[in-house]
Every structure is written in C-alpha cells, then in structure tokens.
Design a protein around this ligand. Sequence first.
Ligand code: FAD
Length: 382
Amino acid sequence: MHDVIIVGAGPAGATLGRELARCGMNVVILEKAYLPRYKPCAGGLPVRTLYLLDVDIIPVVERAVYSVVLSQGCAEQITLRSPHPLLYTVMRDRFDAFLVEQAKAAGAQVVEGLAVERVAVDGERVWVTAGGEDWPARIVVGADGAFSVVTRSLGLMQGVPFSMAIEGEFNVSRSTLAAWEEAVALDLGTLPGSYGWLFPKQRYLSIGVGGFHRRGRELKAYYQAFLAAGLGHAPHHLRYRSGHILPHRQPGMAIQRGPVLLLGDAAGLVDPWSGEGIYYAIRSARLAAPVIQAALEQNEVDLRPYEQAVDAELMPDLLTARVCGWIYRWCPGLFMRLARREGPAWRALCMLMQKGTAYARLRARIRPLDLLVRWMNKTNRR
Ligand SMILES: Cc1cc2nc3c(=O)[nH]c(=O)nc-3n(C[C@H](O)[C@H](O)[C@H](O)COP(=O)(O)OP(=O)(O)OC[C@H]3O[C@@H](n4cnc5c(N)ncnc54)[C@H](O)[C@@H]3O)c2cc1C
C-alpha cells in the first residue's frame, strides 16, 4: 500500500510527487501517457513561476520574452518592452518530463502508460483502479487535468464552468522565428471576452485563441482571422492543432473529500481572465504537500486544511482575475488605451508577470475591488 497515489504527471502531479518524496514518503505517480508527451499549451511561464520552483529550469526554456505586441481587431499594433523578462516559454513535453525527472530523482515512483479508470473510497483506504488492477493508498491526489477521472469518480466539481482554447504549433521560416525571438503578440477585444496570442518557441510559434466555450463557432472564425493577421503570407506548416477546455472553480466548490484531494486543472485552478494555469497547478501542489505530510503523521487523515489554504491563498487572485475578465469583456478597448505609452495597464501587466503580488496590489489600491472579491469568496459557500 502506498502512502500517496498521484494521478497525472503534469506540473501539479510532478511537483507534489517531488515534494512528498523529498520528505521520505512512499509516493507513486500514475500517468496515462508515455513521457515526454505533447500537451496543447502556449507554454508561457510568467517569471513569478520560477520563484515557486526551486530547480533551475533553464535547460528547458525555449525563449525569454521582453516585449508584447498588442493589437485590437487583429490590426492596430503597439509594441511595449520591459527591460527585464516578463515570461519564459517552454514546450510542455520537455518541461513536464523535466519536472517528472526531478520527482524521480527525489525518490517518487512514476508509472507511465497507465490510465486510471476509477477511484473509490473504502473506509480508511482509497482504491485506484488502473490497468485491471486495484491499487490501495492512504491518500489519492487528482492531478489529472481538465477531464479528471478522480474528480468524476467522486462527483466533485459538478457544474464547473469552462472556457475554451484553440491552439496550434507552427513551423515557420528562420526569419519569422527570429522576428518573434523575444516578443509575444496579444490581440485584445476582437471577440468579446476572448483574446488571441502568439508565443515564440525555438522551433515553432504557438498561436491560439481563448474565450467562452459558448462561442465555439465564433472562436474558430476568430482563430482563422488571427492566424491570417499573425502569419500573413509567411510560409508555415501546422504541426499540431487542437481545441481544449479550461475549468474555473467557483468559490466553495469542494476540491477535497475524505482522503482525496484535487490539484491544478482538476481543481479548476486556472486564471479565468488569461487561462494561465501552470503557476496555480504548482502552487496548489505546494499548498497540498504540508497538509498531506501532517495528515499522514496523524491516525486520522484530514485534508480540509488544503481546501482552506486554496481558499485563502489562491481564490482571491483567481476572483480578482475574474473581475478583470468582466471589465475586459465590457470595455475591451480600455486595456489597450491604458497600456499605451507604457501606462498603468502596462505596468500592471509587468507586475502580474514578474511578481506574484499584482492582483493583491490591485485589491489593496482599489478598495471596492477588495470588498467585492472578499464577498465573492465568502458567498457561494457550501
Ligand atoms: C491551449 C492552451 C494554452 C495554455 N497556455 C498556458 C500558458 O501559456 N501558461 C499557463 O500557465 N497555462 C496555460 N494553459 C493552462 C495549462 O496548460 C494548465 O493549467 C496546466 O497544464 C495544468 O497543469 P496540471 O498539472 O493541473 O494538469 P495537466 O498539465 O493537464 O496534466 C494532467 C496529466 O494527467 C494525465 N492524465 C489525465 N487523465 C489521466 C488518467 N485517467 N490516468 C492517468 N493520468 C491521467 C495527463 O496525461 C497529464 O499528463 C493553457 C491551456 C490550454 C488548453
């Protein structure tokens, strides 16, 4: 019997596996794919993400980004530049495999190519069914992404709202790659509540759009328009293209039940404005680790402090992002106007990327926003 079984070896699962193994726990990560595996993702890691990881990720960084090219309606461009990096880009196959190697080096067991089918709680044990076998554990962690089997097995996150993203990786000429070496493109306000992005990698450009899942057809048309504007007549070859969903936890939605808890996308911990989730996946793992450690030292497993920690540490920022998303939806041009000449919106974006305190500072400066977020975090409680 394992102390902890983690389902899924994305950033959330790998980070938790590493943290727990380092404390000497008997932990296994079950991953349905063979690593490295492709994952549709722009692969943008805001600089603040690096502060969370006490490993040097430079070996898997593709590009350091200093500039943002802003457009509206796929036209009208302004370029803003920061003297310091705003974000780093990674290919998720290499980045995730790198984090898994760190977990293995710390002593975590990793089983690849094994899809978990079901999770069931039975008294003090949890049973994980995978590959026709039942694996017993004291604690099970669902880090298995947006379509989490763990979540569904326990009936958690029912009715969680989703946003949607479409993304492709494009092989382009060296000169086109060089033009985007240190810059990302963001297209704002073309489709209400949606935006388009172009992120540079060493061999590809990741180009995508994201927005409300109700607007799937419009999102596809927007994607075509954004691609045409971004790539123009430059020769290109599509390597991957897929659509994906991003779940967004509502305040009070349970992300823990008995000896089972959820991390990252499985828990809906994704910024509802930007769709950014790697930072929150890693942070949720780091919040879970001490709670799991304490629970295993006691006779009775109590994982409620994890949910309380997420409510206290992550939800205020995710709810602030939601309010920013509403404002962006109603006044899509506002951000563009405030960003011009490196205005307040640009300074806020730099702070959001480089420091982990941007949303908190926004709440500290705008009292009604702070009150609204506190109210949202308290209402909707079970
Ligand atoms: C198009 C797109 C672009 C994005 N761009 C960014 C970005 O630029 N920056 C950013 O921060 N975030 C971005 N995100 C969000 C980000 O990808 C996720 O928030 C992040 O991957 C969450 O990490 P995770 O570890 O929770 O889950 P995942 O990374 O989804 O990992 C889950 C793992 O579980 C495995 N798994 C699933 N089911 C099972 C099963 N039944 N049994 C065993 N294993 C299983 C999967 O194979 C996978 O390896 C983007 C998302 C999309 C869709």
